[in-house]
Design a protein around this ligand. Structure first.
Ligand SMILES: [Mg+2]
Ligand SMILES: [Zn+2]
Length: 196
């Protein structure tokens, strides 16, 4: 049977959005993120981070530094009894000086590439999954993969909220932060299973 996942944006969702952090020391995980991820872990849903990291294509951070940041983030969550099941990133930038990253790619959110890859590698049913993020492109990504999209008001969330109607798109829920989103997901899941 296919698994279901909560896809998670990184910056402004799990940790403060500080632009293009180039070391783990620059990552400030929101204190409630551990609790939120732990709750999702217990529910049986996978936690899969999907993050646009054009800082690589822009030459602001090296790919191996990004991988190191992600390994250290996973370890930090594990030390707090919370597990990130997958982390996918898009390193591309359409105007990159480096040809290996210069690409109008299918993995930059809102394009669905990262979710499609995760679905293959982790055996996920996308339409029965969730997407949580703080930008319009996160909500559009959720809609593109036919998952249930949730907008957070952390990070760039208020700006996204103001622009939603202009873009003509609607999340299933607007949450104050990741913890409220996790609680909503678990409640929503309970309703789904009791209505079956
Ligand atoms: Mg974000
Ligand atoms: Zn890409």
């Amino acid at each position: 049977m296919k698994k279901r996942a909560v896809f998670l944006d990184r910056d402004g969702t799990l940790n403060k959005d500080v632009g293009y952090p180039n070391s783990f020391a620059a990552i400030e995980v929101y204190p409630y993120s551990f609790d939120a991820i732990r709750k999702i872990n217990r529910s049986g849903l996978l936690t899969v981070v999907v993050t646009n990291q054009s800082g690589i294509g822009r030459g602001l951070i090296e790919e191996k530094n990004l991988q190191d940041i992600h390994q250290q983030m996973r370890n930090l969550f594990l030390r707090n009894n919370a597990r990130l099941d997958g982390i996918y990133y898009c390193p591309h930038y359409i105007a990159s000086m480096d040809p290996q990253y210069r690409k109008d790619c299918s993995c930059r959110k809102p394009n669905p590439g990262m979710a499609i890859k995760a679905a293959e590698e982790l055996n996920i049913s996308l339409k029965n999954s969730y997407m949580v993020g703080d930008k319009i492109e996160d909500i559009q990504f959720g809609l593109n993969i036919e998952a249930t999209p949730i907008l957070l008001l952390t990070g760039h969330g208020y700006k996204a909220l103001r622009n939603l109607s202009e873009e003509g798109i609607q999340p299933a829920f607007v949450a104050q932060d990741l913890l409220e989103a996790a609680d909503w997901i678990l409640e929503n899941d309970k309703k789904l299973s009791s209505s079956e």
